[in-house]
Design a protein around this ligand. Structure first.
Ligand code: SAM
Length: 490
């Protein structure tokens, strides 16, 4: 950026908005919106919003929790599980939202309201047992939203190119209790050739220049230039083309970005339409929710400017694949699949052990083994198991040893809801002890033995072991927290 441009930057807040960006926006801002209100909203702090994770708690339970804790909430009009949320400054300073019981237990995900739109746009096409791809998934807000919409059924392939972000994605899926996911670590451009017409539905929440995110990140426009918009659009075109190849005929594709420029939005969509002609159709989003038409473009896309709904900027388009297409570059993976089905003996022993201890009678998916590890794979995963190499499939249930299976933490966080016996609801102070790695003291001596699923805010959060006057803590070492959690002093 030139010196003059830096000097001309609008600096009446700490938000960095370069003049050449504003000049560019003026060329495509719709007539009914003013540049002044755009700038004003870019400089306003963003309202915080959360999404209730219905895999862990109901919206009614969430509302009850908010009322008991004096949290002010307002429903997000386009998402039945989304809420803007306000806490007192005193409470927020004393205990950040991320350290509260409802957050640690996976009951909520902090997610910007407009970022809830792409999965909502997919909803009318989504069936619970679908095979779905989330092509650019980390940190996983939309992956977990879709997993909840699928009720943890079917299979959801969540792909991410960056290794560090893939780890965050995996951790978030664990906290949210998602077990229908298979994680992969590729450039999304590979899916069209390796997984040609494999998916019932696809979400491509593309990497983008993030012009819509200045309200959250004051430096989002620091390196802004039209040249970088064009570079990113070239990646987006590769990804959208790959996604369309990977989509089954009759399936729907959501393309979204958190940026505003038509270079990364309308032009990328037009590229898809030009490439695939009669085989692709736009599914208009003007009736997605009341007032959606206020953000709808003439093509039927949603172009959410920050000032329309007082949110971040976002762009969402939906397409349907009408017919099968030819792909001359089909590729197949080499190498053997390292898992096999659990044999009858192991299946029987394991199922009777979890029935006896927890009253769990069946599991949603297939039991698989790799060496001594026992895994639960998502339903229908076998249909796509040999197509690509996955980083992680479903959840690890435990490790076999000579007397049975030693259960994993994830068994409890993802499947604990199925338990009818041996669950224990932690109080807030017991839960604080649990997350700090301490054992849980019981008021009276118990005669119960074996493992117990611990719950918080009604959601399963981990395992412990009954031991007379205490529950022995089984929280994995790497999840132990040293900061203040759950309790705060008023
Ligand atoms: N969908 C995510 C969510 O809701 O939490 C946000 C996704 S973010 C907008 C885009 C992601 O794409 C980033 O995590 C980035 O690392 C990843 N990415 C960048 N290039 C990619 C590529 N070629 N293939 C797949 N993912 C890519």
């Amino acid at each position: 950026m030139s010196k003059a441009n830096v000097l001309e930057t609008i600096l009446n807040t700490t938000t960095f908005i370069p003049k050449n960006f504003i000049d560019d926006v003026k060329t495509y801002l719709p007539n009914n919106l003013s540049i002044e209100s755009f700038i004003e909203y870019c400089q306003k702090p963003l309202r915080r919003s959360v999404r209730v994770n219905t895999l862990k708690m109901t919206v009614t339970e969430f509302k009850q929790y908010c009322s008991e804790n004096n949290w002010k909430i307002e429903a997000v009009p386009w998402c039945n599980t989304g809420f803007w949320l306000e806490r007192s400054t005193e409470e927020e300073d004393s205990l950040p939202l991320g350290s509260t019981d409802i957050h640690l237990s996976g009951g909520i995900y902090v997610q910007e309201a407009s970022s809830m739109l792409p999965p909502m746009a997919l909803e009318s096409s989504l069936k619970e047992d679908d095979i779905v791809l989330d092509m650019a998934a980390a940190p996983g807000s939309k992956t977990s939203q879709i997993a909840a919409m699928m009720n943890n059924r079917g299979v959801l392939v969540a792909n991410e190119l960056s290794s560090s972000r893939l780890k965050v994605l995996a951790a978030n899926m664990k906290r949210m209790g998602v077990h229908n996911c298979a994680l992969s670590h590729f450039d999304g451009a590979v899916f069209g050739d390796y997984m040609f017409e494999c998916f019932d539905n696809i979400q491509l929440d593309a990497p983008c220049s993030g012009e819509g995110t200045v309200r959250k990140d004051a430096d989002a426009l620091k390196n802004w230039s039209v040249e970088s918009n064009i570079d990113i659009a070239n990646v987006q075109k590769q990804l959208i083309k790959s996604a369309f190849f990977a989509l089954k005929p009759g399936g729907s594709l959501i393309y979204s970005t958190c940026t505003l420029t038509p270079i990364e939005n309308q032009a990328v969509c037009q590229y898809l339409l030009d490439q695939f002609g009669d085989c692709v159709e736009i599914e208009p989003l003007d009736a997605l929710f009341e007032n959606a038409d206020k953000a709808c473009t003439s093509e039927g896309y949603l172009h959410v400017w920050p000032q329309i709904f007082d949110s971040e900027g976002f762009f969402i388009a939906k397409f349907k694949k009408l017919y099968s297409i030819d792909n001359p570059n089909l590729k197949t993976k080499k190498g053997a699949f390292p898992f096999s089905s659990a044999d009858t003996k192991l299946t029987k022993t394991f199922m009777s052990a979890i029935k006896k201890q927890f009253g769990i009678k069946s599991l949603p998916g297939e039991l698989k083994v790799r060496d001594k590890e026992l895994w639960l794979f998502p339903e229908r995963f076998s249909e796509i198991e040999n197509k690509i190499k996955y980083s992680r499939i479903g959840i690890k249930l435990g490790t076999t040893h000579k007397n049975g299976v030693r259960l994993e933490h994830e068994f409890a966080t993802a499947l604990g809801k199925l338990a009818e016996n041996n669950t224990y609801a932690l109080t807030q102070s017991q839960a604080a002890d649990y997350y700090q790695g301490k054992d849980i003291r019981l008021e009276t001596v118990t005669s119960l033995c074996g493992e117990v699923i611990l719950t918080l805010c009604g959601a399963p959060i981990g395992l412990g072991k009954w031991q007379k006057s205490k529950i022995k803590n089984s929280l994995p070492r790497d999840l132990v927290m040293n900061n203040r959690v759950i309790e705060w002093s008023r």
